[in-house]
Design a binder for this molecule. Structure first.
Ligand code: HEM
Length: 448
């Protein structure tokens, strides 16, 4: 089946060329050998980077000894003004305490409670969707932001603060460099990094707005009138070890990351998902037909009937993992496939390469939802599928995102027919997540 054919990939590029190409097109910029190698070493004057595709090494870093491979300081620095001490950038004991407070809000039973808010956001997206030739990353971002506000704070995206935060994040993103490139860029740590004035302004605006939301919520909790949503759950949960709760400032950090990690990623997956449905009309018709099973009785438990749509969404996340790369650093001397690695080296874990690795996946660039029903695929997925990362630092919202993605794809495909537009093949580029260089343009028509 069809996924955009990757342009010819160069065999080898210099580090400089790699860094320059990265922003233009992450499919063709990647040298072909990175989809085949188990490891690649990049040397700069100041540090070394290792891109690791060897499943045993990936397991060592993410699941077996995560404490010895903390998040990269080079990458976290870029995010700190916005995210402060959020769970996404912290390490060690601070990070462990934060996860103990946050994780219960995303457990299975609690997910069921978020279903009505998510369904309302999906229905609003269907009502809002236009017709004709449209750019679909924009509506995808809109609904993903709506989902986060409704589930976290029980407010829709039309709420004044919600829409101001949404617009603030757009301004922030446009002004952002590509963070993960810090793992390759040969600039020393001591080199001063200036955050641009427009980035600083966007950050102040966003954090001010989120501060108002959390203060209002803290007052509602104190008065016993707070709605039972994710924000209330997180703000009232005490650390089981110390009994401490999040303070107001620390909660602002967490809300900032829920918003950023939760809406950018889901929006990217949904937009690429709509593109792949448009490019594969028979898959789209099957998703729409299966959706009728759910539409007859839209409930949380009925979502599990959307098995084919779930495989489609898994395959979307394989070909276009919204988080293309993650970066850790070595805390101890290591041996990587016989090479001695010093502390402070950058370790790049790349869903982008692993998910299309030609020694693991048959026909790696093809869009084939049926592969998820085969026994062989179980092994491939175990070795080389990690759209949500893995191990202790696995995405907190993975379960949430899986049911959100399936619900949105299903409801949109039931209501609309999406078709590709001749001459408009989206080119994936790396921003905070994988986006299309000139947007994703589709011809959208309401189904009879
Ligand atoms: C398709 C949607 C999503 C994808 C592909 C995704 C992917 C990821 C990945 C790969 C990481 C690990 C990053 C790293 O280690 O550097 C991560 C972390 C995280 N994600 Fe997601 N995510 C998605 C949706 C969400 C949602 C909906 C939420 C919350 C509502 C969320 C909250 C988080 C948080 C809080 C972390 C940090 C976890 C930690 O470091 O302990 N994500 N996500």
């Amino acid at each position: 089946m069809i996924a955009p054919k990757p342009p010819a990939r160069p065999d080898k590029v210099s580090l400089w060329t790699y860094v320059r190409l990265f922003r233009r097109d992450i499919l063709s910029a990647q040298p072909a050998r990175l989809y085949h190698a188990w490891m690649a070493e990049f040397r700069t004057l100041f540090f070394r980077s290792y891109l690791i595709n060897d499943p045993a090494l990936v397991a060592r870093v993410l699941t077996e000894r995560p404490d010895d491979f903390p998040k990269s300081g080079r990458v976290a620095e870029g995010l700190r003004p916005l995210l402060g001490n959020s769970v996404f950038v912290t390490n060690g004991e601070v990070w462990k305490r934060q996860r103990r407070i946050i994780d219960p809000a995303f457990e299975g039973g609690r997910l069921r409670d978020t279903f009505p808010a998510m369904l309302a956001a999906a229905e609003a997206a269907v009502a809002r969707m236009g017709e004709g030739v449209l750019e679909v990353e924009e509506p995808a971002s809109h609904v993903a932001a709506d989902v986060i506000f409704r589930t976290l704070f029980s407010i829709p995206i039309e709420h004044e603060i919600a829409s101001d935060v949404f617009n603030g994040f757009r301004a922030y993103q446009r002004s952002q460099p590509i963070l993960n490139l810090a793992a390759f860029l040969p600039i020393p740590r001591w080199f001063p990094r200036f955050h641009r004035a427009e980035t600083k302004q966007a950050v102040r605006t966003i954090r001010g707005l989120i501060g108002r939301l959390t203060q209002t919520r803290a007052a509602a909790i104190a008065a016993g009138v707070a709605p039972d949503d994710l924000a209330t759950k997180i703000m009232t949960t005490a650390d089981p070890l110390t009994g401490a709760r999040f303070g107001t400032e620390e909660m602002v950090d967490q809300v900032a990351i829920f918003f950023l990690a939760g809406h950018e990623t889901s929006a990217s997956a949904l937009a690429w998902g709509l593109y792949l449905l448009a490019a594969n009309p028979e898959v789209q018709d099957r998703v729409a037909a299966e959706g009728a099973l759910f539409a007859a009785d839209p409930s949380f438990s009925n979502l599990s009937r959307l098995k084919y749509t779930r495989d489609v969404f898994r395959e979307v996340l394989r070909l276009y993992p919204p988080v293309p790369m993650m970066v850790r650093q070595t805390a101890l001397p290591e041996d990587f496939r016989g090479r001695k690695v010093q502390p402070g080296a950058q370790v790049v874990l790349s869903p982008w390469h692993l998910h299309r690795h030609d020694r693991i996946w048959p026909d790696p660039d093809a869009f084939d939802p049926a592969r998820w029903q085969t026994e062989a695929n179980r092994v491939h997925a175990q070795q080389a599928y990690m759209p949500f990362s893995a191990g202790a630092r696995v995405c907190t919202g993975a379960g949430f995102a899986m049911f959100e993605g399936v619900l949105l794809l299903s409801m949109l495909a039931q209501a609309f027919r999406f078709q590709t537009v001749p001459g408009r093949v989206p080119v994936p580029v790396a921003h905070l997540t994988v986006r299309a260089r000139d947007g994703i343009w589709l011809d959208v028509q309401r189904r009879a």
